[in-house]
Design a protein around this ligand. Structure first.
Ligand SMILES: Cc1cc2nc3c(=O)[nH]c(=O)nc-3n(C[C@H](O)[C@H](O)[C@H](O)COP(=O)(O)OP(=O)(O)OC[C@H]3O[C@@H](n4cnc5c(N)ncnc54)[C@H](O)[C@@H]3O)c2cc1C
Length: 448
């Protein structure tokens, strides 16, 4: 049995590292357990977009301080070291498989404006994790890489965390930041009331030599595939490369075959004529509703472990920071209880659960389940104006929804069948829309 800690943090993603750094800065005796050996090595697909330099996700507008190499969260009042590259991007194009598109942000004009014209930027997640790790280490956090946590148990006034390697760690509080398939959420029984909508699988390609019409842009492409698949493509920061992710809600789909089809034939093939794949990265994650009450037995769960779908880097860092501060208050006040960590639980209830309906986030994936690729092509080709450029997982879909609403009289007249389907899109429960995904997916990843 290792020495006793004030707090044990499980998972060294952005949330866990931020919680560890903050606990260390506050003077707590903290330990961080992570199953990966190399904490800053990114093994899972990620677009690495900063959410967000525009819009206001969680009421926050992130700033990049390139002079002092920090990422700043002014609303919450903290910043983190970031010694990596970034690459601004200036437009977000949403394409049908035939090449019709809706554009958010005028690329030419925005490039001329420079930083003021960017929609947001991509960064290096590895550099972010390394910066947070360095800060946690310099604040005396004990780091334990290579430990896979299998559960925890409350004993008297403390919690014991057990690992597959046979070692256990004892702490007054535990912060569970073990991601989308959180073992802690499962073993504590906190997933029981969550709604499950499907399992998203992703295959990402890091590539050199891609030649899209705009170099520094976000592309979203609805593929001509049934069941539906999409591609998201972004530039990579600090490298002359792109990252293209093929995603599906049907785990049985062949992502590589779909990627081959779209890159070798049809509208997008010329973009990839000279492309060379450098590395592939997978990702798997369930689409679930939030955990409404993320506290049990002195364990506080944060970020993707409790979020609907995913917290994004911003939500991860903010929730890790909030949780570590709440635990610090509880220890200072001697309230080793739910009441002690109310600062985190109130924030979670009032500023996340009440403000962000999980149905809006999951609803972003509905369109290709209600409309076929040609119908999507018709709609995207009918929105002629350029929309404001913004990267915000909740606000941007509203901009596109508003543009669709403007063309509805025309759609009703020219394509009444699409008009009817769009009407049904608003009223059909998500469980019905995603019924086939739920049958094909792996709820046991998170729920059992
Ligand atoms: C395909 C894809 C694209 C994305 N693109 C973006 C983007 O462009 N911008 C953005 O901001 N966000 C993006 N995200 C979301 C973002 O990656 C997450 O929201 C964020 O990483 C959540 O941080 P976290 O610390 O909660 O979890 P994670 O980053 O998942 O970290 C959890 C950590 O816990 C460890 N762990 C898990 N289980 C155990 C265990 N039992 N014992 C010990 N350690 C354990 C894991 O190894 C991992 O290191 C994307 C996600 C996906 C899947």
């Amino acid at each position: 049995m290792a020495k006793d800690y004030d707090v044990i943090i499980v998972g060294a993603g952005p949330a866990g590292l931020m919680a560890a750094k903050t606990a260390g800065e506050n003077g707590l005796k903290a330990a961080l357990l992570e199953r990966k050996i190399d904490i800053a090595d990114i093994k899972r697909a990620c677009s690495m977009m900063v959410v967000t330099l525009t819009g206001k996700y969680l009421g926050e507008r992130v700033f990049l301080n390139t002079r002092d190499r920090r990422i700043c969260f002014p609303r919450y009042g903290f910043s983190v070291q970031y010694d990596g590259p970034h690459q601004d991007f200036y437009t977000w194009s949403i394409y049908s498989h035939k090449g019709n598109k809706v554009q958010l942000g005028d690329y030419g004009q925005n490039v001329k404006k420079g930083e003021a014209g960017r929609i947001s930027a991509v960064y290096s997640k590895g550099a972010l994790l390394q910066g947070l790790l360095d800060e946690a280490c310099s604040n005396h956090v004990d780091i334990y890489p290579g430990y896979n946590v299998i559960g925890c148990m409350k004993e008297g006034g403390s919690v014991t965390v057990m690992t597959r390697e046979g070692r256990s760690f004892k702490g007054t509080f535990v912060i569970g930041a073990d991601g989308r398939s959180s073992k802690l959420a499962r073993t504590l029984g906190l997933n029981r009331d969550r709604k499950y909508f499907g399992t998203a699988t992703t295959l990402g390609y890091e590539m050199a030599g891609v030649e899209p019409p705009e170099k520094y842009a976000l592309f979203q492409i609805f593929l001509n595939e049934t069941p539906p698949m999409r591609i998201w493509m972004t530039p990579r920061a600090g490298r002359d490369e792109h990252f293209a992710m093929v995603t599906s809600l049907h785990p049985g789909r062949d992502h590589a075959a779909a990627f081959k089809r779209v890159t070798s034939e049809g509208h997008f093939a010329p973009w990839f004529k000279k492309a060379e794949v450098k590395r592939t990265l997978p990702a798997v994650g369930n689409m679930l509703s939030h955990i409404v009450d993320p506290y049990k037995d002195q364990v506080l769960l944060v970020s993707d472990a409790v979020w609907c779908q995913e917290a994004e880097m911003t939500g991860a860092v903010v929730s890790g920071w909030k949780a570590a501060n709440a635990v610090t208050f509880a220890l200072v006040e001697g309230k080793i209880s739910r009441e002690g960590v109310a600062g985190y639980l109130d924030w979670w209830r009032d500023e996340v659960i009440k403000q962000y309906d999980y149905k809006d986030m999951i609803g972003n994936a509905v369109m290709p389940y209600m409309l076929n690729p040609d119908e999507i092509d018709f709609l995207l080709g009918s929105i002629k104006k350029t929309l404001p450029g913004m990267l915000d997982p909740y606000e941007t879909p509203k901009l596109v929804g508003g543009a669709l609403a403007e063309i509805m009289p025309m759609v009703q007249k020219e394509r009444p069948e699409i008009f009817q389907k769009l009407g049904r899109m608003r009223t059909t429960p998500l469980e019905v829309v995603f019924g086939s995904c739920m049958r094909a997916g792996f709820p046991t990843l998170s729920l059992s």
